[in-house]
Design a protein. Sequence first.
Length: 81
Amino acid sequence: MNDTQVTLCKGGTAEKTVKVWEIVIPDLWHVHQRMLWKAQKISTKTQSGSMEREDCLREAKAVLECWHLAHHLKEHIEAAP
């Protein structure tokens, strides 16, 4: 197990130093799925509805990308010497 430590929220009131393996990444995949489900419920009969649906889909994609990025960054830190 890698004992590399990182400081989270550096300079903020919630600043703390933890071992990388202690970091828990929230399961944003479920948030992403909920956002997709909500997007499908938005009526596209009007231009504003279509724009709202597209915004929701774009935001859902961004949430999923953040989830993947967090996992990749954690793996990168764990692999560091």
